[in-house]
Design a protein around this ligand. Sequence first.
Ligand code: ADP
Ligand code: ZN
Ligand code: ZN
Length: 698
Amino acid sequence: MNSGFTADLRIARIALDIPIAPWFDYRIGPALAESLAVGDWVQVPWGSGRRIGLVLERRADSELAPDRLKDIEARLDDAPALPANWFALLRFAAGYYHRSVGEFAWLAVPRTLRTPASPRARSTPFARARRAARTPATALGGSPPALSRSAAGQPLGADQQQVLNVLIDARGFGVSVLHGVTGSGKTEVYLRWFEAILQRQPDAQLLLLVPEIALTPQLAGLVASRFPPDSVAVLHSGLGEAERARAWLAAVEGRVRVIIGTRLAVLTPLPRLAAIVVDEEHDASYRQQDGLHYSARDLAVAAGRESDIPVLLGSATPSIETWRAARRGRYRLLEMPSRMGGGALPQLDIIDIKGLRGESALAPAILSAITTTLERREQALVFINRRGYAPVLGCDACGWLSGCSECSAWRVLHRAPAPARSVRYQLVCHHCGANSPVPRACPQCGNLGLAGLGRGTQRLEEDLAHQFPGQRIARLDRDVANRRGAAQALIAAVHQGEVDLLVGTQMLAKGHDFRRLSLVVVVDGDAGLFSADFRAPERLFATLMQVAGRAGREVAASRVLVQTRYPAHPLFEFLKRHDYSGFADALLAERRDAAMPPFTHQALLRADAPTLDDALAFLRTARELAEPLCGTEVDSPIQLFDPVPMPMARLKGRERAQLLVESGARPALQEFLPHWMAALRTVKTRARWHLEVDPSEI
Ligand code: ADP
Ligand code: ZN
Ligand code: ZN
């Protein structure tokens, strides 16, 4: 760089981990004037303390008065260099989601590396992370299940080989969609592709994004077993801070080849990034819903573009957005329609439960199917997507229901965890986490006959224990998985044949390969059929296909039984045929007719305040500010909707409302949003607000 020119740029624009502004300006002192560069890590004064910052830009001037500018204290010379492809991704993310580069940058950096060293410390956080004792990459808080996985060197199936050949030939940016049925051997394809890339480029880095590592220890264990232990880094939210800093630094410094991680890992700076795989790309956990909203799947595609490398999106049930891109030829569609080893997909039957009486959760046909399965010493899985004992507590005399005082939601009846023997049950809100004791009498009429209405996982587990005495029953849901290592232990027990009957939520649907499982029962196939959210059927279909895919991986014949009150619903016809493509094409046609995403592009402005009036008033102002920016003519490329309360209006004691903005053309929307955001930042309001681009729930 021309140093004479650089020396004139005496101001550094710096990203700090402080949410009040996207960046902060500091003066560059003489010591750093020649050499300070974009991407450098610095230590700066902040209040009475100091902070670590990242240099985003060097400038000639600042909007701050010169006497308010402070000097950069020091550059952190042992911090890792941050690669250009990372800054390119951050700039894309900031532009696309209308946030600042700094917000995305600091989200990506582990906490220990964001914290300035105390002046007395003998070493820096970077030095400590580099020195930290290595823990094996498979240490995920529990031991990986002992599995007789097919090791490398088995020959690939014909479909796998064909897909692999296409991938190996890929050069530069391009997105491929691997649509492979459950059990088609997608993982093996990912690993062979990685191996092939490493053969031709030994210093390459390969990123594998997975929905939730704690639930797929098999996958992490398998990857770790296929590459030298020192060459794999695992990045997920369950790691301790030191462990996370160590793995992150090894990745950033190019010392590891394969990086497996959950959604946040997409923001890891990887200087030698050569390919990205997003496994189960349709999974909702790729979306960050709190704070900074982003889709890790979409950012993975952007990262591929910025690094000019291939991206692979794998799923048995691709998201409708991905499916459309594949159908239009923007993404390349690769199909693996059959199971490995020629195993058949399970036979799927729809069980009409219109006549089923309230007391029994399962139809007689299902009870006898479970009996038969257990007699054959095979395993059965009973799926219900509601945790807790019963969804709500109610009074049969006056109709009182256990509402949450803070949210527009019911408090769910839960059996208390074992140690609290005196309180057997409690009421818990799944939205704000508040819990309360179960009232002894109805708070409204004093009636003593309060009862849980309906069923969650805990009650179903209890029912099954009565109906199938002597069988080993295990439950997996968020309550169980929150205990560290519990989910892995349970999954390992299933693999080892220590469980006969498995009850659980969609946590059981994700990627597990249970070999003796020959029956899957879906208790409530209707949840989501008639939801107000237009994405509900897509989610229901994906969940049902995924959970059905757990059956029959290694047994000769397997069945899936789905209980419903609407057996004639067209969704079930596609499901019975395992016909994802047919379902997705039909859904795309519907969305096209109704001009819904992915045929239109959306952004949602959400506001919350102590009163609904405040939230709505802000949104009305926002709408007024938007009108002159997008034109009010009928043919305007931007449609503004009216502010409305959110479907669940009250959360954690705040009232929430939203304003939808839509456009048939993404560029028009992206051009409009920054002007609108700038106008909104000048509004004085008691409401808190944020923008969601491509909202997943409306
Ligand atoms: P998917 O992720 O597509 O649902 P998996 O990757 O879990 O499928 O693979 C299903 C099963 O097939 C696994 O037990 C895996 O070890 C096995 N498998 C994959 N590829 C091969 C192969 N080429 N030969 C034999 N078994 C294989
Ligand atoms: Zn009552
Ligand atoms: Zn609540």
